[in-house]
Ligand binder design. Structure first.
Ligand SMILES: *Cc1c(COP(=O)(O)O)cnc(C)c1O
Length: 425
């Protein structure tokens, strides 16, 4: 049997010819729960978290899981029980954190378009910090807080103008990005924040992009942030915490991102060298905590030889796995049962009526109708971005913990999809 290289997924392995997550065979899960099916390894998530925890050992630091990467309630429970806080970007995500057992004081609120209603609710539950992204937002937040008879704890998201060397759609810290407050306007914005009656300045933050695989952009961003902290404090505004956002990349194919502990060794050395080593640190990782902890199991419906290409049509599609269509992203695709059949080169595509509905191009696979394939590195930005396009119900999800299997999301049925729609009289 040919050895398949499985990227960055510690709990994914072949036992004999059968692909397992921890102690559980994916073929058994597919038989029991149907396909497409997301399968997550709890141990993989905790191992990814442990790399950050090792990196921060002995420091004043807190990890806030950015739940837009995967906001399923049971996944939030795993991180809440492990002591993580949460970085939210909407009122809906706020309610998810509470439903999963998180507390207001565990939450920081990012995003360029917070509504007064969302601010009100966040103040009500006592959130830890608002990461404010514009001067206009400062004004509105202050008004909402004054009305509520309180002061909102704020950090300003600064745009450090560094290139994260990643896909343009997931670069967020460059000039011309909609995110954050321009570095050159940041001091003025802090002075404004400090003068408003409803605000309490507590920190500074940035988030330069996602799927970052180099240390350099992080070091550059850190330097730019520390320059600002010096200037802001010189203006008489103390900065209690420094939040460097998320963004660390994972292995989808042949990327070589630094491990989280190695990245933080470098960043902490720079913080120490510049005299900021005892500051409260915060980070907001998403993808790097869950991305390689999940796979999507899908069944081959048809193999379709073409004039120029062969197509392998599977039952998962762009509504389940949107990253290839959105970013031309690569996910490794491997057989759930290895065979000795000769492989053929296929485009692996879904049933959705869009040419953009592909999961992998030019993949060598031995696939017949009824076979199962696993789309790897599907733990982040897959289910949380899933849609009902083509009136396809969203997939089911299971969490594997050793030999135990927990169904954490039922497959969405048609009745659920139609529930909120109204017929004309
Ligand atoms: C998306 C996001 C994150 C998480 O990014 P990852 O690349 O998944 O680590 C963190 N902070 C903010 C503000 C975000 O928007």
């Amino acid at each position: 049997m040919s050895a398949v290289q499985l990227p960055g997924a510690p709990e994914l392995h072949y036992r004999g010819d059968s692909l397992h997550v921890e102690e559980v065979a994916l073929a058994d899960l597919a038989r029991q729960h149907g396909t497409p099916l997301f399968v997550y390894s709890r141990a993989s998530m905790l191992a990814a978290l442990a790399a950050y925890q090792r990196g921060f050992a002995g420091r004043k630091a807190r990890i806030f899981y950015a739940l837009k990467a995967n906001s399923s309630l049971a996944i939030l429970q795993v991180f809440a029980r492990a002591g993580c806080g949460f970085d939210i970007v909407s009122g809906g995500e706020l309610e998810r954190v509470l439903a999963a057992g998180g507390r207001g004081s565990d939450i920081i609120f990012s995003g360029v378009g917070k509504t007064p209603g969302e601010m009100h609710r966040a103040l009500d539950i006592g959130i830890h910090c608002f990461n404010v992204e514009s001067e206009a937002e400062l004004e509105v937040l202050s008004e909402v807080a004054v009305q509520a008879g309180t002061r909102a704890p704020v950090s300003l998201r600064v745009n450090p103008d560094v290139n994260p060397l990643t896909h343009p759609y997931i670069s967020t810290g460059l000039k011309g990005s909609k995110f954050g407050i321009a570095h050159k306007n940041a001091l003025r914005a802090y002075q404004r924040a400090a003068s408003l009656p409803g605000l309490r300045v507590i920190g500074i933050d940035c988030h330069i992009g996602s799927q970052i695989t180099h240390v350099g952009p992080y070091l550059d961003a850190l330097d730019r942030m520390l320059d600002l902290v010096t200037a802001i404090e010189a203006a008489g505004i103390p900065i209690a915490h420094i939040d460097l956002g998320g963004g660390l990349g994972i292995v989808y194919n042949e990327e070589q991102p630094p491990p989280a502990d190695a990245l933080w060794q470098r960043l902490l050395a720079r913080l120490d060298a510049r005299g900021f080593g005892d500051r409260q640190l915060m980070i907001e990782p998403g993808r790097s905590l869950v991305g390689n902890a999940g796979v999507c199991v899908t069944e081959v419906l048809y193999v379709k030889p073409g004039e120029q290409k062969n197509f392998c049509v599977v039952d998962a599609a762009m509504n389940d796995l949107p990253r290839p269509a959105m970013y031309e992203a690569y996910h490794q695709i491997v057989p759930v049962r290895q065979t000795t059949l000769a492989p053929v080169v296929y485009d692996v595509v879904g049933p959705v009526c869009e040419s953009g509905d592909w999961l992998g191009r030019d993949r060598k696979l031995a696939a017949r109708s009824g076979d199962l394939l696993a789309v790897l590195s599907a733990g982040a930005y897959c289910m949380s971005m899933a849609s009902n396009y083509n009136t396809r119900g969203r997939a089911a999800e299971v969490l594997v913990d050793g030999a135990q299997v927990h169904l954490i999301r039922k497959r969405e049925d048609v009745a659920e999809m139609l529930r909120s729609e109204l017929l004309l009289p």
